[in-house]
Structures are given as C-alpha cells and as structure tokens.
Design a binder for this molecule. Structure first.
Ligand SMILES: *Cc1c(COP(=O)(O)O)cnc(C)c1O
Length: 398
C-alpha cells in the first residue's frame, strides 16, 4: 500500500472542518424569479441579495434581443473568438462598450473572473509587482498569483500604505489594481488619489468596476468616469455585464494597443469559447437602456436614502456605503447566519457573508437594493431587521 495522502480524503476533511466552524457553504436552488421575488422551497421570498441593481435582468428589450439572435443564429458561438466564434453581435457590443466608457477599444470575456485572470496574466511577469487593496475581489488576487508577479496588498483604501508597497520595488514594472466599488462593503475606492499615486510612481492603474458600471456616473458609465478620470489615468478598466446590466460576461476597455495585446496573450480570452452571440445582443440592449434611463439610477438613489434613514432610526449599524450594497455588520459568523435565517422565515432572502469571503470577525448581511424594489419592500425589510434579536447588529461596528 502506498503511504501517499489521499487528495479526496483531505478535501472531505476540510469540508468537515468548515461544517464544524459553521462555515460550510450550501447550494440552494431558486425555482423561479420574478423581479425581486424569488421562489425557494416552494416559498415566495423578497430578495435583497441579487446584483441586478437597475432591474434589467428581466427587461422585455433584453429578452427580445436575445430571442431574435437565437432565432437567427442559434445558441452557441461554436468556437473561440480567434477561430470563428467572434460574431457581429460581439463586435457591435465591443464598440458600444468602448464608446460608453470613453475608450479606444473594448474586448469581451466570458466572465469577469476570466477577464481579471486574463489581464493580470497578460500584463504581469515574474519580475513585476502587483499592488492591491486587501478587500479586492478574489479574482484580482488569483490573477496576480497566476501571473507570478510579487503580490503586495495594502490595508483597505490606505493610499499611504499603497505608496509604501510600490516604494519597496521602485525599479520594477508595477500594476496597482483596485475594485471601483468594493463588492462586500459597497464603498468606493479613492480613485483620484490612486491615480495621482500611480502617475507619480510610474505604475499602471487598473480598476475593476463590476459594481460601478451602469450605476455610477453620467449615463452609468461607471466609477472611473464619475471620478473624472479617463483612459490616461486609468489605462485598464474592467467591468462585468452580469450585475447592473442584468446579462452575463465581462469586458476590458482601454487603448487599442492594450486590447490588441490582450488578444495576443490573455490565455483566458484565447482558449475559451466566445459567449453566445445572443447574449452579446442582450447586453447591447442593456447598455442602451442603462445609458438612456437615468430614472433607474435616480430610483436606486432614492431607495438607498430611504433605507439608510430607516436603518438610522432603528439604530442599525450599516457600514458606510453610498451604493446599492448596504452591508449590516454582525461580526460573529453565527450571528449573521442566524439573522439571515430569521429573515428568511419572515419572507426575505438576504445573504450572510462569512469568512473567508470577508475578514474574520466581520461577518455581515450583504443587503443589496435594486431599482426593481418598491418603497414598501424596503419598509418591510427594515421592520424585520428591527425585530432581530437585540444587540446582534446594533451599536457601533469595528
Ligand atoms: C462579480 C465580480 C467579478 C466576477 O465577475 P463574473 O462575471 O461574475 O465572473 C469580478 N470582480 C468583482 C469586483 C466582482 O464583484
């Protein structure tokens, strides 16, 4: 018999450990979606956990665009972009995205995760340094690991610490990457200060605007334009199509030479099947609506304000966020989980976010708002939050 350890046994032991710590992740199947209403285990729940911030995921124009192209072109793209998968719908969407974000070109990726892996792997090599905010999305961290560059993280939003990290390797080529809107906290990165720092240090700045695109800035063009920054200050912009745009997929936008370079060397772009052309058509329709229908952003802003005011009246310790992501800190993972369960019993679906997705001791309810919510939906949620066990989320948070 070999004395080699078994990989599958080790994985099972790790899962058992997570179970012990009450951190086991579980998959739940949504039986039906209707706006903010989700059916789960035969019960109608009001959802406050989707990223459909503008309420576009079920818009008739997106559905019609998708159906039209499916009827004409079929479902699959049948190939990678560089073989024969790149269709007119992809090309049109890329042009629209470049124009929207004020950049020379855009390149589609199948998911945001792959876009970040692709950008970091293409730009960075083993001799380089990648400086990142500690609360960046997991796929930015994974992309840096894949690239082999030295990864240095700085405390959340701490410009001085970011400068010190860059200063440790003054002669190395450097990329500073940050979320535009932080996915679990909802706050906005200090983009102007980061841009100034990068310009002084000769580093390139990359912004992942998964939660800013569609929501922030004029015509929803995102956090970078909202901060008054362009392609010169932020040469690498990545954003997703699966959140405020209600579709699926992602893109990188920047100079023509950046995009051409990614096309040559971003492996998660080259070696994968292009997204279905019908999805690209649906995303184009979503961008048109997101740009034109400013009322969706105004509606979202009004809901955010209503929610914050209601929470303040109840003495709830919302984390400081001006965006659709309104986290309520519990600290203890069990308390956050118990709160999510209690809310579900009252008809609300809110996700408890626990370590390692967030730092230890910072478990929270990640409450997300959408233009699809009604005022009374919010009021009902607030009432339920107010009835949660005393002390669980009240008082100052860390
Ligand atoms: C959701 C998200 C991603 C991943 O995008 P997908 O298209 O879902 O793979 C990347 N970055 C951030 C900040 C995200 O929130």
């Amino acid at each position: 018999m070999s004395s080699r350890p078994s990989l599958l046994s080790r994985l099972a032991a790790q899962t058992a450990e997570r179970e012990q710590a009450n951190l086991r992740r579980r998959l739940r199947t949504i039986e039906h979606a209707d706006g903010p209403w989700l059916e789960l285990d035969g019960k109608q729940l009001l959802s406050f956990c989707s990223n459909d911030y503008l309420g576009l995921a079920q818009h008739p124009q997106l559905i019609a665009a998708l159906k039209r192209v499916v009827d004409d072109e079929g479902v699959g793209s049948t190939s990678a972009h560089l073989i024969c998968g790149h269709r007119a719908e992809h090309a049109a969407l890329e042009e629209t995205l470049a124009e929207w974000t004020g950049r020379e070109r855009a390149l589609l990726f199948s998911t945001g995760y792959m876009a970040n892996l692709g950008v970091l792997q293409a730009l960075l090599g083993a001799d380089d340094i990648c400086v990142q905010d500690k609360l960046n999305h997991a796929c930015l961290l994974d992309g840096a690991k894949l690239s082999g560059a030295e990864l240095k993280r700085y405390p959340h939003g701490d410009i001085g610490a970011a400068a010190r990290q860059l200063g440790t390797r003054p002669h190395a080529a450097a990329l500073l990457a940050t979320d535009g809107v932080f996915s679990m906290d909802g706050d906005i990165a200090p983009l102007r200060e980061l841009a100034t720092l990068c310009s002084r240090e000769g580093a390139s700045l990359m912004v992942d605007d998964a939660h800013g695109i569609g929501v922030l800035g004029d015509e929803g063009a995102g956090s970078v334009l909202a901060a008054g920054l362009g392609q010169h200050e932020v040469p690498v912009l990545m954003a997703t199509l699966g959140k405020a745009l209600g579709c699926h997929g992602a893109f990188v936008a920047g100079s023509a030479s950046l995009i051409d370079g990614l096309l040559q060397s971003a492996r998660p772009y080259i070696y994968t099947t292009a997204m279905p052309p019908a999805l690209a058509a649906a995303a184009s329709a979503a961008v048109r609506l997101a740009r034109a229908e400013n009322w969706r952003r105004e509606r979202l802003a009004a809901l955010i304000k209503r929610f914050q005011q209601g929470a303040a009246q109840l003495g709830l310790a919302l984390m400081p966020s001006a965006t659709a992501i309104q986290p309520l800190l519990f600290g203890d993972a069990d308390a956050a989980l118990a709160a999510a369960k209690a809310l579900e019993q009252q008809g609300f679906l809110v996700s408890a976010i626990r370590p390692p997705t967030v730092p230890k001791g910072q478990a929270r309810l990640r409450i997300t708002l959408s233009a699809a919510h009604e005022d009374e939906h919010l009021d009902q949620l607030l009432e339920a939050l107010g009835k949660l066990p005393q002390g669980s989320a009240a008082g100052p948070h860390v």
